[in-house]
Structure formats: C-alpha cells, structure tokens
Design a protein around this ligand. Sequence first.
Ligand SMILES: [Zn+2]
Length: 245
Amino acid sequence: MSHTGSSGIQPGPQRTTDLATPLSEPTRAYAELVAGNRRFVDGAPRHPNQDAGHRAAVADGQHPFAVIVGCSDSRLAAEIIFDRGLGDLFVVRTAGHTAGPEVLGSVEYAVTVLGTPLVVVLGHDSCGAVQAARESAATGTAPSGHLRAVVDAVLPSLRRAASEGVDDIDGIVDIHIAQTVETLLGQSPVLADSVARGRCAVVGVSYRLAAGAVRPVAAVPADLATLETPAGSPESTDPAAAAAV
Ligand SMILES: [Zn+2]
C-alpha cells in the first residue's frame, strides 16, 4: 500500500492544518531566539553574523528581527545568550529593564521605522534592581541619586507581588517582567497598535544566570510563548511553588 500520490510531489511529512499555516513574523522571530538560546545552553553556539563579511554587509542598513528590552546586568548580554550577531537584535538595556520615555521611544523606533516584529522583555533571577527595590520598600528608605528612579520604576511590581502573595525574589522578578510587558503596551499606543494588527508581538522571558536558559513568563498575543522552551529550563522556578516554601 502506498500513500504516494500520482502527482509525485509531496508537501512534506505529517502535514496538518496547523503546520500548513505559515508562521507569522513575530512567531518566527521568537522561534529564532529560542533556537539560539538552546545552542547557547547546550554549549554549541554558532556565533552567526559576527564575521567581517557580514559586518560589511549590514553597514548600509539594519533590519533586526527582535528588540530586546533587557536588564543591564553584565551577565545578560543579549547577542551571547541568544547566539546572534551584528544586525540581529535591537537592544535597549536599563537596570531592572525599567521602561521610561527613552526606552519607549527606542522600542517605537525599532518597531515603526525598522519594522522589527518582536519585542522581548528580558529579566533574570536574582535581579539586583528588584532586590534594591524590595529593600527600599521594606526599610522605607529611598536610595540616593538617580538610583531612586530605578527603584521607583520597580515599586509598582513589588506592590503587585504583595497583592498576589508573592514574596520570593524570583517570583517578584516574574511579576516585574510581566509588568514591564504591560507597561510597554500600555504606554506606547504605537506598539499596541502594531500588536493588534499582528505585525508585532511582545514577550517577557526570564533568564536563569546559572543554567543560561530563558523561560517565557508573559506574551501578547498569549499563544506566542507556547513554543518549546530550551532544554534545561528548570521547573523549580514556578513562583507559586517557590512562594509556598
Ligand atoms: Zn537585573
């Protein structure tokens, strides 16, 4: 018995309705990042787009496929942990991935001028900015200088965590990542419009410093982050489980 049709050309194995649906640009971009993070986790990076030839090729223009709004933490270098190179990622980093006007403007530039189809909020476990905000809230003292702006920007996430009964640092980090996703969409009508039109998506991921893997925390649209996450993502990071300890 043969399933080979008389036309001779088969579309591919196990073709289903879902597989036949072309992936959207945001979904393809997210899948590319997940694949790169998997290579990094596995210790098998390819270091794509880092050679002199590519450097020359992208000198006349950039078309990054993702915006990264990440924490400034020195262990969170976007091109390294996602195994990408020049021209791939439009990176905006602040301590605690706070999203003030300049950050919002940078995101809007990438999405509207460069046509970047994906915005990623990149947080991580043991985030110092979140810890500083928690200490500030606990002691009732504000840090000096401009550090106060960072702490003030994180405090809404701490209040949200308290209202949800989450008090472990990594559970609070997850909430802060989700809060940052909501802030970007709430504060930038341009970004929200791009997402509503299906041209862009926003996903928040949490990075584990030791394991090197990212784990989706929040996404708009929500089905974006249902893609497989890299091997090595620990299951012990569930904030509810951690808070119960
Ligand atoms: Zn951090």
